[in-house]
Ligand binder design. Structure first.
Ligand code: ADP
Ligand code: MG
Length: 621
């Protein structure tokens, strides 16, 4: 069925150049327009200023990926900019290496430094991360000042002017070159942000924990974002070093205020927007030029601009404009296929049916003085629905957090598919087919319903950074294929009609089902649902039970925490009851219902059985 639909779909025309794989007349018109502006700009403005705008623009394109997408901060980007400048400057001046080699090397060195800095720096967060990046910027600045033999220090060094064969590039030629590179940078940034790379970054910014549970190695992706953004800064630095009019490089341009400037460009223009870097670079380059003779005022002015921007337009200029109704209407929603194949279930080899999929022994978790989980032995059999019940605070969510790697046990062991998994991170468990939903919803505020499911496919997608950077036909085809699969999943949970809505605007019940769809995209072997019916409209609870049974029928083993007792009794094959962190009973639904200890601790008298203990709603006995 799925195959026939795919075969009938008309093949989309693709342009020859991979980078324009989704080129439309519109985007070609854009490129033509941009070329005209670049060509005629020198008639209206100083080329020095134009070159500066383009240079800031390149830095901002990269920094936007870090700040606007990955949600990290850097107050040390002048350090990467300096590294790029000195890499190209020193290699060309001292070793005579041509610029078409030193420029790419400047990118590589800066990106490598970005990754190296990020490795330790990303172990800390927020203000601490900001401090580490400030320190990095200072270290580079001081090193450049001290390594006089290499950099010429504050007195500077002379740097070869760019040439093409025997022809020495004039400032205006240099402008055409940097403008072309900047526009290419924009195309690359667009390709990245509109692909799974941008989606993954926005996801980890929205909820690191949820991103992890679909298989995203959050730490590695943050390092990647750092490296990418540092690479852009390194490239801009190389351009700075070789400006034809100067032929000279010293350390005064790599001070702290330059790092602030870069950040202000991104935030003023609009972090996380497509054209924010250009708008920000334009304004701030003009402002910096206006302050050329009053360098001591720069930090104050940048600070004031930042403050004003954050107060008046926290989304930046472009972000604010985009929300104006008149402009919002211009944006066309992406076209989705009219027909989608039916959900094909999960394609994984079922584990041996007679062996437990998961075993815990003596599982214990302490939080300070609180023993949240106490010596719990549990077995989960493949292909079954297991329920975990008990009063609030009994330790149910903690058990799920332990199994999915969010917490490590204080004592005891967890064995999953024959492997001891105590110390595995959530993303590693996701790769082994164990994923989950959350009692406190963990959706990604920046992503649409469809994009949530697309993020869920993380471990399956094959097109990598390079492919998406260039927007190759292969990457585009993969996106298309998975969009179809995502829609099929959404159809199954009843959300296909809302695919393009912002997920966090959905009604509560829809959000819960979206979390299930996202988890199913992982193709789980083992799905853990933490109170999937909490806060859900009572009439939807039955549909939810059916959905869970359908997922089990597809071969997925399920562990569900629930307070809706009629649902638990209807769907579970086996129930474990927790109270004060201890397992007080386990067995088939009928046994649990009759167990006096369970009735005393949780279910209460038989009369009030059937009442949703959490919400006090009559769920129907
Ligand atoms: P349940 O899901 O059964 O309602 P939880 O597993 O959420 O219970 O919590 C069990 C106990 O552990 C509670 O007393 C709770 O306050 C405590 N607890 C859970 N997570 C943490 C945490 N991260 N830090 C401190 N205490 C926690
Ligand atoms: Mg809980």
């Amino acid at each position: 069925m799925a195959e026939t639909l795919k075969e009938k779909a008309p093949a989309r025309r693709r342009a020859v150049l991979p980078i324009f794989s989704d080129a439309t007349p519109w985007s070609l018109a854009w490129i033509a327009g941009a070329a005209l502006v670049v060509f005629f700009a020198p008639a209206f403005a100083e080329v020095f200023l134009l070159e500066k705008i383009a240079r800031f623009y390149i830095v901002a394109l990269g920094l936007n990926l870090l700040v606007g997408y990955a949600g990290q901060v850097s107050l040390g980007h002048a350090g990467f900019y300096a590294l790029g400048a000195y890499t190209s400057g020193i290699l060309s001046a001292r070793l005579g290496i041509p610029l078409f080699v030193t420029f790419p090397l400047a990118i590589v060195v800066a990106a490598a430094a970005g990754a190296l800095l990020a490795l330790p720096a990303l172990r800390v967060r927020g203000p601490y991360l900001a401090m580490v990046t400030i320190a990095f910027g200072l270290v580079i600045e001081i090193a450049a000042n001290r390594l006089v033999g290499l950099t010429g220090g504050p007195d500077g060094m002379s740097v070869p002017r760019p040439r093409l064969g025997d022809y020495r590039l004039l400032m205006v030629d240099y402008w055409y070159l940097i403008a072309a590179v900047a526009l290419l940078g924009q195309v690359i940034a667009n390709n990245l942000t509109s692909s799974r790379i941008g989606r993954t970054l926005l996801a980890l910014r929205g909820s690191e924990i949820a991103a992890e549970t679909v298989g995203v190695n959050v730490y590695r992706w943050k390092v990647l974002a750092f490296a990418l953004s540092a690479g852009f800064a390194g490239l801009a630095g190389a351009f700075f070093a070789h400006r034809p009019a100067t032929g000279f490089l010293n350390t005064t341009s790599f001070q702290f205020d330059e790092s602030i400037l870069f950040l202000v460009i991104v935030i003023l223009g609009g972090a996380g927007t497509r054209w924010g870097p250009l708008v920000g670079a334009l304004i701030m380059a003009l402002l910096q030029e206006a302050l050329a003779t009053q360098a001591e005022l720069r930090l104050i002015v940048y600070g004031a601009v930042l403050l004003l921007s954050l107060v008046i337009a926290p989304d930046g200029i472009v972000g604010t404009l985009q929300r104006l109704p008149a402009l919002a209407r211009l944006r066309r929603p992406p076209a989705l296929p009219d027909t989608v194949p039916a959900w094909g279930g999960v394609a994984h080899a079922l584990d041996r049916q007679d062996q437990p999929l998961l075993t815990s022994r003596g599982l214990t978790k302490d939080f300070g003085g609180v023993r949240a989980v106490n010596d719990v032995d549990m077995q989960v059999m493949p292909g079954k629905i297991h329920a975990l019940i008990g009063p609030n605070g009994a330790g149910k969510s903690t058990v799920v957090n332990l199994i999915t790697g969010i917490y490590t046990p204080t004592a005891g062991t967890i064995t999953y598919r024959g492997e001891q998994v105590n110390a595995l991170a959530p993303h590693a468990l996701a790769r082994r087919g164990a994923t989950r939903t959350f009692q406190n919803l963990q959706l990604f505020p920046d992503l649409s319903v469809l994009e949530h499911v697309m993020v869920g496919f993380h471990t399956e997608l094959r097109a990598g950074l390079g492919q998406h950077m260039l927007g190759t036909a292969r990457a585009a085809a993969e996106e298309e294929r998975y969009t179809e699969r995502a829609l099929a999943l959404l159809e199954m949970v009843g959300l296909r009609g809302r695919a393009l809505e912002v997920a966090t605007n959905l009604p509560y019940g829809d959000q819960r089902r979206l979390e299930i769809a996202r988890a199913l995209a992982v193709e789980p072997v083992f799905l853990l649902l933490d109170e999937p019916a909490a806060g859900v409209n009572p009439t939807e609870v039955q549909a939810l039970s059916e959905l869970i049974e359908r997922i089990r029928a597809a071969g997925v083993t399920i562990l569900v925490i629930e307070h809706h007792m009629d649902m638990v009794m209807q769907i579970s094959d086996h129930i474990v009851v927790l109270d004060f962190g201890r397992k007080i009973a386990e067995g088939m639904p009928a046994e649990i219902q009759a167990n006096p200890e369970v009735i005393a601790a949780y279910l209460g008298t038989e009369e009030n059985f059937g009442i949703d203990l959490e919400n006090g709603l009559e769920a129907g006995a």
